[in-house]
Design a protein around this ligand. Structure first.
Ligand code: NDP
Length: 280
């Protein structure tokens, strides 16, 4: 039976470390500040933004949520970002995705000053990740690596299979695993015989958004299984991995909820503290 990779418990440990860093910053007159900008009324975004705001408050950050109407123009949004780029009270700016279809996600993310891109998903930060530069790491991939490391799971030379190739999870986590000397395979919706590939994975990351797509038959005995998926069913939240059939086969597995989700939020907080520390 797999060992549970408990993201909630690990996030609580990281939080305790951050509290010390926040206290040290405040002693030097700096309060970490994060502004979250949300456009429109995507219901899942509302929950994510609220969770981020709550965590900011728990950590004693300066926290601001800007909720703009769905009709906001791209120019108006860019102007707000420029305003916060120039506001020294805020060390991090997060634009909650998705944005309404008339706004270019790429243009908006690129407008966030690199030193404030604590979400780490702008072209600038992802470029730095590709080139081995010094941008902020995207929160979900960073949290996944932290979970693997906390359990002492060896990565060098291992075969990592990432299912999903989005710019915010699949691609950057593949790059991070590559950077840690994994041999990486990235799968997506056009991949043929997905099962034959995932069954070779020592590390399997599922970032798809399809409830229980990967059952136990997709998993290699003893593999570390990271389930990023958050799918809302009538019966509640579930991941992309069928936990019931996967857990007896895997060596390690993240639950949903309580796995990757709490790590994503705490990594955002960590990046914001880092951004604030860099201003000293
Ligand atoms: P996207 O929708 O952007 O990407 C999904 C990826 O899955 C695409 O690359 C797609 O392939 C691939 N895919 C779709 N269907 C299949 C299939 N049948 N077989 C193989 N691959 C498939 O999603 P995100 O990366 O943004 O998010 C993925 C999941 O993770 C979602 O459930 C999301 O809610 C969750 N999430 C959770 C976070 C957390 O903190 N826990 C943070 C971010 C996301 P193609 O490119 O060919 O279309």
């Amino acid at each position: 039976m797999a060992q549970i990779l408990d993201g909630k418990a690990l996030a609580a440990q990281v939080r305790a470390q951050l509290e010390t860093r926040v206290a040290a910053l405040k002693a030097r007159g700096v309060t970490p500040g994060l502004v979250v900008i949300r456009v429109g009324d995507d219901p899942a975004s509302e929950v994510y933004v609220r969770n981020k705001e709550r965590m900011c408050q728990k950590l004693g950050f300066l926290s601001e949520v800007v909720h703009l109407p769905a009709e906001t123009t791209q120019a108006e949004l860019l102007a707000r970002i420029a305003q916060y780029n120039g506001d020294a009270r805020f060390h991090g700016i997060l634009v909650q995705l998705p944005l309404p279809a008339h706004i270019s996600e790429e243009a908006v993310l690129a407008a966030v000053a690199p030193e404030k891109d604590v979400d780490g998903i702008s072209v600038n930060s992802l470029g730095a990740l590709t080139r081995g530069g010094s941008g902020f790491l995207p929160c979900t991939p960073k949290g996944i690596l932290r979970l693997l490391d906390s359990a002492g799971i060896p990565l060098r030379g291992k075969h990592a299979v990432v299912v999903g190739r989005s710019a915010i999870v699949g691609k950057p986590v593949a790059l991070l695993l590559l950077g840690r000397d994994c041999t990486v395979t990235i799968c997506h919706s056009k991949t043929q015989d997905l099962r034959a590939i995932t069954r070779q994975a020592d590390i399997l990351v599922a970032a798809v958004g399809r409830p229980k797509l990967l059952d136990g038959s997709y998993i290699k005995e003893g593999a570390a299984v990271i389930d990023v998926g958050v799918n809302r069913l009538e019966s509640g939240l579930c991941g992309d991995v069928d936990f019931e059939s996967a857990a007896p086969v895997a060596g390690y597995i993240t639950p949903v909820p309580g796995g990757v989700g709490p790590m994503t939020i705490i990594m955002l907080m960590e990046n914001t503290v880092e951004a604030a520390e860099k201003t000293l």
